[in-house]
Design a protein around this ligand. Sequence first.
Ligand SMILES: CC(C)(COP(=O)(O)OP(=O)(O)OC[C@H]1O[C@@H](n2cnc3c(N)ncnc32)[C@H](O)[C@@H]1OP(=O)(O)O)[C@@H](O)C(=O)NCCC(=O)NCCS
Length: 178
Amino acid sequence: MASKKAAKGRIGVFEWKQETKADWWEVEALYDLCFAPGREALSSYRLRDDVPPVAELCLVARDETGIVAGAIRYWPVRVGPEAALLLGPVAVHPTHQGEGLGGLLIRDSLEIAHKSHWERVCLIGDAPYYSRFGFERLDGVIMPPPTNPERILGRELAKDAWKGVSGRVGKWSGRVRG
Ligand SMILES: CC(C)(COP(=O)(O)OP(=O)(O)OC[C@H]1O[C@@H](n2cnc3c(N)ncnc32)[C@H](O)[C@@H]1OP(=O)(O)O)[C@@H](O)C(=O)NCCC(=O)NCCS
């Protein structure tokens, strides 16, 4: 995928930009705060082991005090022979939840992904939240077990990009189409 100029912007009191190496541990601390202990034992993390995230889609938002208020990361995966993005983790600091930051990080990163010619995105999450961004249940797409199929969601960034795409979601190997 073509690498674009680093994205950045301002959202209300938040400033967001592409995550750098220096941000990594602060983002990890945010995820530790927002998710249940042992999050890295989840099967979806096995898709991320030893695979670099998609740098241009990993965004960090800081509040006016400079504290990390929200972050989103993406990894490349394959579904059968096709390339896809795995959205997540995404989290917003509890003191800033409900202010629209999560939605803005998701929408902006999806826009960057679209411009970078990614065609499809999947995730494991709550349909009642992600449906507002156009995510729907993906039938026939299988995440590493144990994963509740109801929580396997996808969104197209190109017309009919999920049509006919099914099978196991596997680690990115570089040997994919798309
Ligand atoms: C999920 C999360 C990223 C949303 O970020 P946020 O900045 O609070 O979200 P927004 O302000 O954009 O949207 C808030 C809305 O989403 C809803 N919402 C948040 N989490 C939800 C969920 N799991 N299911 C359904 N709705 C949810 C809120 O009720 C609120 O609804 P409203 O607009 O009708 O009032 C954030 O709450 C969070 O970090 N949660 C803990 C970590 C997590 O669960 N991450 C997602 C899984 S990868």
